[in-house]
Design a protein around this ligand. Structure first.
Ligand code: GAL
Ligand code: ZN
Length: 667
């Protein structure tokens, strides 16, 4: 596996660079990512380039035999530009133009910004596109970060209208799709169509979903403009990627990742444990259960970290890079715990176990000034070794094993479907507080992790035929094509588990005209005759024919009524308003089976159901795991990672395997 670091030579005197490069080599680093926020130094005034410092920095790194990941610096428009061209600035949902002084203050649809982007990217490609020390390119930095994926400026409004015109062709089609007859909003000209902000009441959900799609497309198109320039201007062997955020969901990451050579993400386990875990664990469990897992306090939550590693690997179904790996404490969490020896190493192993090709630590040295001065690096402010650096030195002993495993494939029998449009539509009308698309996915994901079952997180437009079991917690927006796709998978021998609210909406974000689950009715063989959101504390008892799958239903319940004779009922409501209705069904279709789950499972219910299905399908469990130990597989190797401070024992194929605290064992 390759190691790297995010380096900001511009934050340090040039006399220090050679020493930094030497220390990087010494720690086994080969890749150095630079320059993603350095536009102003590259172009101090419009059209006036200064490459001297960057030439020297790259030369210095090259002399130490380091390879450079060079970034296009568009995430930080220089102050002169924001000042001279205020039309580049984004407008927030409250209609306010945002100001310069930080980063990401630009609109992807600004024609002016597109022009400046073209100039700097072309110049960079000309200067360094054939440089022997440059290995590849990162476009921009974390598209959408700081709430910038969705802009509400006039150029975006105009672009949105053009986007709608291309999509619908006629206003009649748009009016029908959006249901604008509701509240007297039938549009007579394209100019009347607005962005969905600054509205008196809740916006039309069809309009907002289209706006979300448009905003995502706009970012993807902006990336594509840079990608085209780089592909044209840089050596063919240079890779081109971008770094995304795991938990971010305002961009369709499948679309963003698609044209790139590989995808990369930025992993901050303690930040995710503090900010993201509460959104993924059920509200009632969030406090109760994430803590008693007894992970060491400074390692983050490995289920959450692992979920996003897997989400990212699934974007292209390929190995990925961790472009920024937390190296020590961060500065944007709630408590920002200090990180103890062994933790950065555990994170690097976890990334490898989940399919990372490279791990670049963020950042080289803690910065003495500005916004991130409390963010650690591999080196402390004073240049002495911090925990991350010491861990890297310790990992030199792991190098041979890491390299061997890094080339081994990751294969899973189970797929979990992630669809960004389903997610957006669900966010727009969750109907029941706490019903969250990602949380629903995570219940199944965590269940699989606890069982030691490998999961790929994929779009259902991916080739599903390689999976024995496909879980679609909510295939929300469904049309005939989607139903046919999933039916083909089942007919070909797959087992599909369709969860609640599947088929409840059309791609326009309206309710289908036929009975629910709409286009999935034939495949599932059931009709949803009633659905109830269940407030906290309300439970619908049920009885299941599956061991350990115990009721009640909480959160959300659907009464299922089979309309095909061959539908088998695996669970029923007993008592309550849905008494005697089916709650879980299975129908054989072709060589496979379609199961319909009529309630939102808890993690334990998801685990019982999954255990039953993988048992029936004879899908291998990697290990029997104590709490706090994760099992992953690469090629023939099973990796056991212990995220606790206690020595624990896992069982792999009948053999007891001790796993020391904060450590990894490869079987
Ligand atoms: C990332 C970002 C970096 C840095 C880091 C701090 O999201 O890409 O530039 O700000 O967070 O943790
Ligand atoms: Zn805009």
């Amino acid at each position: 596996m390759k190691f790297g670091v995010c380096y900001y030579p511009e934050h340090w005197p040039a006399e220090r660079w050679a020493e930094d490069a030497r220390l990087m080599r010494q720690a086994g680093i080969t890749y150095v990512r630079i320059a993603e926020f350095a536009w102003q130094l590259m172009e101090p005034a419009e059209g006036d380039f200064d490459w001297a410092w960057l030439d020297t920095a790259i030369e210095t790194l090259a002399e130490a035999d380091l390879r450079v990941v060079l970034c296009t610096p568009t995430a930080a428009p220089p102050v002169w530009m924001a000042h001279a061209y205020p039309d580049i600035l984004p407008v927030d949902a409250e209609g306010r133009a945002l100001r310069w002084g930080t980063r990401r203050h630009y609109c992807v649809n600004s024609a002016t910004y597109r022009r400046h982007t073209e100039r700097i990217v072309t110049a960079l490609a000309e200067r360094y596109g054939q440089h022997p020390a440059v290995a590849g390119w990162q476009i921009d930095n974390e598209f959408g970060c700081h709430d910038t994926a969705r802009c509400y400026c006039d150029e975006c409004a105009a672009a949105f209208r053009r986007w709608l015109e291309a999509k619908y062709g006629t206003l009649d089609a748009l009016n029908a799709a959006w249901g604008t007859v509701f509240w007297s909003q039938i549009y007579a000209t394209w100019e009347q169509v607005m962005l969905p902000n600054l509205l008196v009441a809740i916006p039309n959900p069809a309009q907002v979903l289209d706006y979300y799609r448009f905003a995502s497309d706009s970012n993807v198109a902006y990336q594509q403009a840079q990608l085209d320039l780089l592909r044209e201007g840089v050596a063919a062997e240079h890779f081109i990627t971008t770094n995304v955020m795991g938990d971010f969901d305002e961009l369709d990451y499948h679309a963003l990742a698609h044209p790139l050579d590989f995808i990369a993400w930025d992993s901050y386990p303690t930040g995710y444990a503090e900010h993201v875990a509460p959104q993924l664990y059920p509200p009632e469990e969030a406090l109760k259960e994430s803590v008693p897992e007894d992970f060491a306090y400074d390692v983050g939550d490995p289920y959450v970290t692992g979920f996003y590693h897997d989400v990212i690997r699934g974007l292209k179904q390929q190995p990925f890079w961790v472009m920024e790996q937390q190296a020590g404490h961060i500065n944007w969490g709630k408590y920002n715990p200090g990180v103890r020896p062994g933790t950065p190493r555990l994170w690097a192993w976890h990334a490898l176990a989940c399919g990372a090709d490279a791990v670049l630590f963020f950042r080289w040295r803690a910065c003495r000034f500005a916004q991130e001065l409390y963010h650690s690096g591999l080196l402390r402010h004073d240049g002495t070794f911090d925990v991350g650096y010491s861990d890297l030195l310790a990992m030199r002993a792991d190098a041979a094993l890491l390299d061997e495993l890094a080339s081994a494939p990751i294969e899973a029998d189970v797929a979990l479907v992630l669809d960004y449009e389903d997610l957006w539509a669900m966010q727009l009308q969750p109907h029941r507080e706490g019903f969250d698309y990602r949380r629903h996915l995570f219940a199944f994901y965590r269940a699989a992790q606890r069982l030691g079952v490998s999961v790929d997180v994929v779009s259902d437009t991916a080739d599903l035929s390689r999976y024995r079991l496909v879980l679609t917690p909510t295939a929300f927006l469904a049309d005939v094509a989607r139903a046919e796709r999933l039916t083909a998978y089942v007919e070909g021998g797959g087992t599909l588990l369709l969860g609640v609210r599947s088929g409840f909406k059309t791609p326009e974000n309206a309710v289908p005209a036929e009975p629910l689950p709409g286009p999935f009715r034939e495949l599932t063989g059931v009709t949803v005759t009633a659905w109830h959101a269940l407030p906290p504390g309300v439970r619908y008892p049920l009885r299941a024919a599956i061991p350990a799958l115990e009721g009640p239903a909480t959160l959300w319940a659907e009464a299922l009524s089979p309309h095909h004779e061959e539908v088998e009922v695996l669970a029923r409501y007993v008592g309550g308003p849905f008494h005697a209705s089916a709650a879980l069904t299975s129908r054989v279709v072709g060589a496979g089976r379609a199961l319909t789950l009529g309630w939102h499972p808890t993690r334990l219910q998801a685990q019982a159901l999954l255990a039953h299905l993988i048992g029936e399908l004879d899908i291998a469990r990697l290990a029997d795991l104590p709490r706090g130990v994760i099992a992953r597989r690469r090629g023939e190797a099973t990796l056991l990672l212990n995220f606790t401070d206690t020595a624990l024992t896992a069982t792999v194929q009948g053999a007891l395997v001790p796993v020391p605290p904060r450590d990894v064992v490869v079987v």
